[in-house]
Design a protein around this ligand. Structure first.
Ligand code: FE
Length: 234
Protein backbone atom coordinates (compact mmCIF):
# COMPACT_ATOMS: atom_id res chain seq x y z
CA UNK A 1 0.00 0.00 0.00
CA UNK A 2 1.40 3.36 -0.93
CA UNK A 3 0.87 6.16 1.52
CA UNK A 4 2.82 9.00 -0.03
CA UNK A 5 0.80 9.44 -3.18
CA UNK A 6 2.20 12.87 -3.79
CA UNK A 7 5.58 11.48 -4.63
CA UNK A 8 4.28 10.39 -8.01
CA UNK A 9 6.58 8.42 -10.25
CA UNK A 10 6.61 5.10 -11.97
CA UNK A 11 4.71 2.89 -9.64
CA UNK A 12 2.47 1.71 -12.44
CA UNK A 13 5.39 0.62 -14.61
CA UNK A 14 5.14 -3.00 -13.70
CA UNK A 15 1.55 -3.09 -12.55
CA UNK A 16 -0.04 -4.23 -15.73
CA UNK A 17 0.78 -6.21 -18.78
CA UNK A 18 -0.08 -4.19 -21.82
CA UNK A 19 -2.70 -5.50 -24.15
CA UNK A 20 -3.97 -4.34 -27.49
CA UNK A 21 -6.99 -2.11 -27.12
CA UNK A 22 -10.15 -2.45 -29.08
CA UNK A 23 -10.94 0.28 -31.54
CA UNK A 24 -12.72 3.22 -29.96
CA UNK A 25 -13.58 6.80 -30.35
CA UNK A 26 -13.01 9.74 -32.64
CA UNK A 27 -9.67 11.41 -32.99
CA UNK A 28 -9.30 15.00 -31.96
CA UNK A 29 -9.13 15.96 -35.61
CA UNK A 30 -12.44 14.27 -36.32
CA UNK A 31 -13.87 16.01 -33.30
CA UNK A 32 -12.80 19.37 -34.70
CA UNK A 33 -14.82 18.74 -37.81
CA UNK A 34 -17.81 17.46 -35.88
CA UNK A 35 -17.83 20.38 -33.49
CA UNK A 36 -17.57 23.11 -36.10
CA UNK A 37 -21.24 23.18 -37.01
CA UNK A 38 -22.55 23.51 -33.47
CA UNK A 39 -19.93 26.09 -32.56
CA UNK A 40 -20.94 28.26 -35.49
CA UNK A 41 -24.48 28.57 -34.17
CA UNK A 42 -23.55 30.01 -30.77
CA UNK A 43 -19.92 31.10 -30.77
CA UNK A 44 -18.94 31.83 -27.19
CA UNK A 45 -15.27 30.99 -26.83
CA UNK A 46 -12.23 32.09 -28.79
CA UNK A 47 -12.02 28.71 -30.41
CA UNK A 48 -15.68 28.73 -31.35
CA UNK A 49 -15.44 32.25 -32.71
CA UNK A 50 -12.48 31.27 -34.84
CA UNK A 51 -14.42 28.36 -36.22
CA UNK A 52 -17.47 30.51 -36.89
CA UNK A 53 -15.33 32.95 -38.83
CA UNK A 54 -13.66 30.20 -40.81
CA UNK A 55 -10.25 30.96 -39.37
CA UNK A 56 -7.91 28.00 -39.03
CA UNK A 57 -7.38 27.04 -35.42
CA UNK A 58 -6.62 23.57 -34.20
CA UNK A 59 -9.20 22.21 -31.79
CA UNK A 60 -6.29 20.89 -29.80
CA UNK A 61 -2.73 22.08 -30.06
CA UNK A 62 -0.94 20.34 -32.89
CA UNK A 63 1.67 17.89 -31.68
CA UNK A 64 4.91 19.80 -31.40
CA UNK A 65 6.87 17.04 -29.71
CA UNK A 66 6.79 18.72 -26.31
CA UNK A 67 5.75 16.37 -23.56
CA UNK A 68 2.43 17.10 -21.88
CA UNK A 69 3.26 18.84 -18.58
CA UNK A 70 3.13 16.67 -15.47
CA UNK A 71 1.21 17.51 -12.31
CA UNK A 72 0.86 16.07 -8.85
CA UNK A 73 -1.01 12.80 -8.58
CA UNK A 74 -2.91 13.86 -5.48
CA UNK A 75 -3.96 11.52 -2.67
CA UNK A 76 -6.97 9.84 -4.25
CA UNK A 77 -5.64 7.55 -6.96
CA UNK A 78 -6.81 3.96 -6.50
CA UNK A 79 -5.02 1.12 -8.27
CA UNK A 80 -6.77 -1.74 -10.03
CA UNK A 81 -9.51 0.33 -11.60
CA UNK A 82 -11.84 -1.39 -14.08
CA UNK A 83 -10.86 -1.39 -17.75
CA UNK A 84 -13.56 0.74 -19.36
CA UNK A 85 -14.12 3.84 -21.44
CA UNK A 86 -17.38 4.76 -19.74
CA UNK A 87 -16.87 5.62 -16.08
CA UNK A 88 -20.38 6.95 -15.44
CA UNK A 89 -21.89 4.56 -12.93
CA UNK A 90 -25.31 4.60 -11.21
CA UNK A 91 -25.64 7.60 -8.91
CA UNK A 92 -23.51 9.85 -11.10
CA UNK A 93 -25.72 12.65 -12.40
CA UNK A 94 -23.34 15.35 -13.53
CA UNK A 95 -23.01 17.19 -16.83
CA UNK A 96 -21.96 14.60 -19.37
CA UNK A 97 -18.62 14.82 -21.14
CA UNK A 98 -17.45 12.74 -24.09
CA UNK A 99 -13.68 13.20 -24.20
CA UNK A 100 -11.55 11.94 -27.09
CA UNK A 101 -7.96 12.35 -28.12
CA UNK A 102 -4.74 10.79 -29.30
CA UNK A 103 -1.61 9.81 -27.42
CA UNK A 104 1.52 10.81 -29.34
CA UNK A 105 5.19 10.16 -28.71
CA UNK A 106 7.67 13.03 -28.75
CA UNK A 107 8.19 12.44 -32.49
CA UNK A 108 4.42 12.98 -32.91
CA UNK A 109 3.73 9.38 -33.89
CA UNK A 110 0.56 7.86 -32.38
CA UNK A 111 1.21 5.45 -29.52
CA UNK A 112 -0.69 2.18 -29.78
CA UNK A 113 -1.54 0.33 -26.59
CA UNK A 114 -0.77 3.22 -24.25
CA UNK A 115 -2.33 2.74 -20.82
CA UNK A 116 -4.47 5.66 -19.67
CA UNK A 117 -5.93 5.89 -16.19
CA UNK A 118 -8.63 8.43 -15.42
CA UNK A 119 -10.02 9.35 -12.02
CA UNK A 120 -12.04 12.34 -10.89
CA UNK A 121 -14.64 13.61 -8.46
CA UNK A 122 -18.37 13.69 -9.09
CA UNK A 123 -21.01 16.40 -9.49
CA UNK A 124 -20.71 17.18 -5.76
CA UNK A 125 -16.93 17.36 -5.66
CA UNK A 126 -16.61 13.95 -4.01
CA UNK A 127 -14.25 11.14 -4.99
CA UNK A 128 -15.40 7.55 -4.71
CA UNK A 129 -12.90 6.07 -2.27
CA UNK A 130 -14.85 2.89 -1.54
CA UNK A 131 -15.64 1.90 -5.13
CA UNK A 132 -14.65 2.87 -8.62
CA UNK A 133 -17.22 5.44 -9.74
CA UNK A 134 -15.60 7.82 -12.22
CA UNK A 135 -12.47 5.69 -12.29
CA UNK A 136 -11.21 3.51 -15.09
CA UNK A 137 -8.34 2.61 -17.34
CA UNK A 138 -8.11 1.87 -21.03
CA UNK A 139 -5.58 1.38 -23.83
CA UNK A 140 -5.20 3.45 -26.98
CA UNK A 141 -6.18 1.78 -30.24
CA UNK A 142 -3.96 1.31 -33.27
CA UNK A 143 -4.34 5.00 -34.13
CA UNK A 144 -3.28 6.06 -30.64
CA UNK A 145 -6.85 7.14 -29.90
CA UNK A 146 -8.82 6.97 -26.68
CA UNK A 147 -12.35 7.90 -25.68
CA UNK A 148 -13.64 8.59 -22.18
CA UNK A 149 -17.33 8.93 -21.38
CA UNK A 150 -17.63 10.77 -18.08
CA UNK A 151 -18.98 13.94 -16.48
CA UNK A 152 -17.58 17.39 -15.86
CA UNK A 153 -16.24 17.20 -12.29
CA UNK A 154 -17.08 19.89 -9.77
CA UNK A 155 -14.59 22.07 -7.91
CA UNK A 156 -13.75 21.09 -4.35
CA UNK A 157 -11.72 22.17 -1.34
CA UNK A 158 -8.65 20.03 -0.74
CA UNK A 159 -5.13 20.09 0.57
CA UNK A 160 -4.14 22.59 -2.12
CA UNK A 161 -7.04 24.93 -1.41
CA UNK A 162 -9.98 25.30 -3.74
CA UNK A 163 -9.41 23.15 -6.79
CA UNK A 164 -10.76 24.07 -10.17
CA UNK A 165 -12.62 21.21 -11.87
CA UNK A 166 -10.06 18.72 -13.16
CA UNK A 167 -9.62 15.13 -14.29
CA UNK A 168 -6.64 13.20 -12.97
CA UNK A 169 -4.85 11.01 -15.44
CA UNK A 170 -1.83 8.78 -15.90
CA UNK A 171 -0.54 7.91 -19.35
CA UNK A 172 2.09 5.31 -20.12
CA UNK A 173 3.40 3.86 -23.37
CA UNK A 174 4.24 0.15 -23.23
CA UNK A 175 7.50 -0.02 -21.30
CA UNK A 176 7.69 3.75 -20.96
CA UNK A 177 7.62 6.13 -18.01
CA UNK A 178 4.34 7.18 -16.42
CA UNK A 179 3.11 10.69 -17.11
CA UNK A 180 0.90 11.87 -14.25
CA UNK A 181 -1.07 15.01 -14.89
CA UNK A 182 -4.44 16.75 -14.55
CA UNK A 183 -6.78 18.08 -17.24
CA UNK A 184 -8.75 21.31 -16.85
CA UNK A 185 -11.74 23.02 -18.45
CA UNK A 186 -12.10 26.29 -20.37
CA UNK A 187 -13.21 29.42 -18.52
CA UNK A 188 -16.55 29.40 -20.35
CA UNK A 189 -17.56 25.90 -19.25
CA UNK A 190 -21.08 25.84 -17.87
CA UNK A 191 -21.80 23.27 -15.17
CA UNK A 192 -23.33 23.27 -11.71
CA UNK A 193 -23.75 27.05 -11.80
CA UNK A 194 -20.04 27.48 -11.10
CA UNK A 195 -17.78 30.23 -12.39
CA UNK A 196 -15.06 28.26 -14.15
CA UNK A 197 -13.04 31.37 -14.97
CA UNK A 198 -12.80 32.31 -11.28
CA UNK A 199 -12.13 28.72 -10.24
CA UNK A 200 -9.39 28.34 -12.84
CA UNK A 201 -7.79 31.65 -11.88
CA UNK A 202 -7.45 30.77 -8.20
CA UNK A 203 -6.17 27.22 -8.63
CA UNK A 204 -2.43 27.35 -8.07
CA UNK A 205 -1.90 23.83 -9.42
CA UNK A 206 -3.59 24.52 -12.73
CA UNK A 207 -1.55 24.44 -15.93
CA UNK A 208 -3.44 26.03 -18.82
CA UNK A 209 -1.49 23.84 -21.25
CA UNK A 210 -3.59 20.97 -19.91
CA UNK A 211 -6.97 22.49 -20.80
CA UNK A 212 -9.49 20.32 -22.59
CA UNK A 213 -10.98 21.82 -25.74
CA UNK A 214 -14.77 21.74 -25.48
CA UNK A 215 -17.35 22.05 -28.20
CA UNK A 216 -20.58 23.95 -27.53
CA UNK A 217 -22.84 21.74 -25.39
CA UNK A 218 -25.62 19.93 -27.20
CA UNK A 219 -28.60 18.71 -25.20
CA UNK A 220 -26.67 19.54 -22.05
CA UNK A 221 -23.73 17.34 -23.01
CA UNK A 222 -20.21 18.42 -23.78
CA UNK A 223 -17.79 16.92 -26.28
CA UNK A 224 -14.14 17.49 -25.53
CA UNK A 225 -10.72 16.80 -26.98
CA UNK A 226 -7.26 16.48 -25.51
CA UNK A 227 -4.13 14.98 -27.06
CA UNK A 228 -1.24 13.75 -24.93
CA UNK A 229 2.45 13.79 -25.89
CA UNK A 230 4.52 11.34 -23.83
CA UNK A 231 7.97 9.86 -23.68
CA UNK A 232 8.02 6.22 -24.70
CA UNK A 233 11.34 5.18 -23.22
CA UNK A 234 12.52 5.48 -19.64
FE1 FE B 1 -8.46 16.06 -7.59
Amino acid sequence: MRHDHDAGGGHTSSRRTFIRASSMGMTAAALAAAGAASAAAHPTTAVQQARAQGRPLAVTPACDGHETPAATEGPLFKPESPERGNVVTPGISGVRLDLSGVVYDTACAPVTGALIEFWQCDQNGDYDTSGFALRGHQYTDNRGAFRLQTIIPRDYWGRWGNRAPHIHTQVQAPGGPVLITQLYFPDGTQAYGRNFAALNAQDRLRNSACTITLSAPQDGRYTGAFDFVIKTTV
